[in-house]
Write a protein that binds this ligand. Structure first.
Ligand code: GUN
Ligand code: FE
Length: 452
């Protein structure tokens, strides 16, 4: 008899493919000591009654009550942790002015470790409470505060991938907020990588260092080259921003005579564990380069409404073989919730497909075949995020981590309108109507990390 760490009984929703979901009704979910799903047992399976008898009534047996459902934990591929301090404000300027007017001043405050502690602890707890079990974070240029964020993820049980941001280009970064020089930026990034890789050895759920050139405008060629080499040496993830807005896309063309994607690739920054945020202006050749190198896109649909001058053709680039996941882009995006971003991904894709200017005739107004279904946007927030990070997360399947959220649809203050619906409809209602208070428990790698 296998000694499972936990056994859950209930109904779950998870992606089967990009467009289809799997519903496991009344299954048993057997979680091993490493926090991995070892066995999924259907009620028809001969072991079902045997396992029930063995575990029912024990402390490590978890029965989901009527109206409770399991979803995979969400994977947020793009969060600026320091910007949590200004989330919900400062959404009135174009990207380049927003950075210098609001964002660099806020991020510069993270030289103060006490301020960093307050903001980062609140953010990690908030994201967990919103059902987000894995996060790819930009911290700031400050090594100590960036390490603190990694340690807080380790302590609070979130799977964190954290980058010390590199900004060494004096033409584009203010005196009060940039790396001292290129050499220091590379040296501190290397020290950060080594320390986080050590931290990871003591952390069940995984804490990973991420090589993080903020974006091409912030970095010199020497820094971009050095960072590509560090990522290869330590086999780390890489993150940056790519072709986000008219201005950013144009900047790389002016400096290098080519798109961000090709410039980043020359510096060794596109590889299997690279995740590029936004990419709204991605051309066909850029997407093909992403697919060939294994580079993923973090689609940030709420942020894009404010800062990107356009909608990412997410469906199209996925069709070209690019991995796509979802990001909140706190605080370019005002919501810490991937539920909200699933909704916006669907809404924006519908507006892209239909077009928005009613003075243009219907046949010329939009970009056909752009719409995302609810299942597809859910895929981006879960399985697509796991594929983008090359980690076994984002699905309720054997050999995947037990990273889940328990959704209670019956809460008196946030009851979902479910009246004998088929389970497919319950799933859709959860995705469109659930609020943070409906998330009653969150688990990461077999450990409970949030309870309402
Ligand atoms: N490009 C460079 N930095 C940022 C940032 O902080 N947010 C967004 N949305 N785009 C960026
Ligand atoms: Fe961003």
């Amino acid at each position: 008899m296998i000694n499972y760490a936990h056994v859950f009984q209930g109904t779950s929703f998870s992606s089967k493919s990009f467009s289809e979901i799997t519903i496991l009704k009344d299954y048993l979910y057997c979680i091993n000591q490493d926090g991995i799903i070892e066995q999924l047992v259907s009620p028809e399976d001969e072991q079902y009654e045997f396992l029930l008898k063995e575990y029912e009534g024990k402390e490590n047996f978890h029965y989901l009550a009527e109206g409770e459902y399991l979803l995979p934990g969400f994977i947020d591929l793009h969060v600026h942790a320091p910007q949590w301090a200004q989330t919900g404000t400062a959404l009135d300027l174009p990207l380049e002015d927003w950075l210098s007017t609001y964002t660099f001043p806020v991020e510069s405050k993270f030289s103060d470790i006490n301020f960093a502690q307050n903001v980062y602890e609140d953010l990690v707890k908030t994201l967990l409470a919103n059902g987000t079990t894995t996060v790819l974070y930009f911290a700031t240029v400050h090594k100590e505060a960036s390490l603190l964020l990694a340690k807080l993820c380790a302590k609070l049980g979130q799977r964190g991938l954290v980058g010390k941001v590199v900004m060494d280009n004096v033409d584009q970064c203010p005196d009060y907020y940039r790396d001292a020089n290129t050499e220091t930026a590379i040296k501190e990034t290397e020290e950060f990588i080594v320390e986080v890789q050590q931290l990871n050895e003591q952390t069940k759920q995984g804490i990973y260092p991420v090589v993080t050139p903020r974006f091409i405008p912030s970095c010199t060629d020497e820094a971009l080259q050095g960072l590509g080499e560090l990522a290869a040496k330590y086999n780390t993830h890489i993150q940056s921003h790519c072709s986000e807005s008219d201005w950013q896309h144009g900047y790389a063309i002016d400096r290098f005579g080519r798109h961000d994607a090709f410039a980043l690739n020359e510096f060794g920054l596109l590889q299997e564990k690279s995740i590029m945020a936004h990419c709204n202006f991605i051309a066909e050749e850029d997407a093909q380069l992403f697919a060939a190198t294994g580079t993923a896109v973090a689609h940030c649909p709420i942020s894009n409404v404010f800062f990107s001058n356009g909608v990412l053709p997410a469906k199209h680039i996925r069709g070209l073989g690019v991995d796509v996941g979802l990001g909140t882009d706190v605080s370019g995006g005002f919501s810490p919730s991937l539920f909200d971003n699933i909704r916006q991904a669907v809404i924006s894709s519908r507006m892209l497909e239909e077009g928005v200017d009613t003075t243009v005739s219907a046949d010329k107004r939009g970009v056909c075949s752009s719409r995302l279904t609810t299942n597809e946007a859910f895929y981006f927030a879960t399985a697509g995020g796991g594929e983008s990070l090359s980690l076994p997360i984002g699905r309720i399947e054997e050999n995947y981590a037990w990273d889940v959220q328990v959704i209670n649809t019956t809460l008196p203050s946030a009851k979902l309108p479910i009246f004998n619906d088929p389970l497919e409809d319950v799933f859709q209602k959860i995705l469109y109507l659930a609020r943070p208070e409906n998330i009653s428990e969150v688990w990461v790698q077999g450990e409970k990390v949030h309870q309402r």
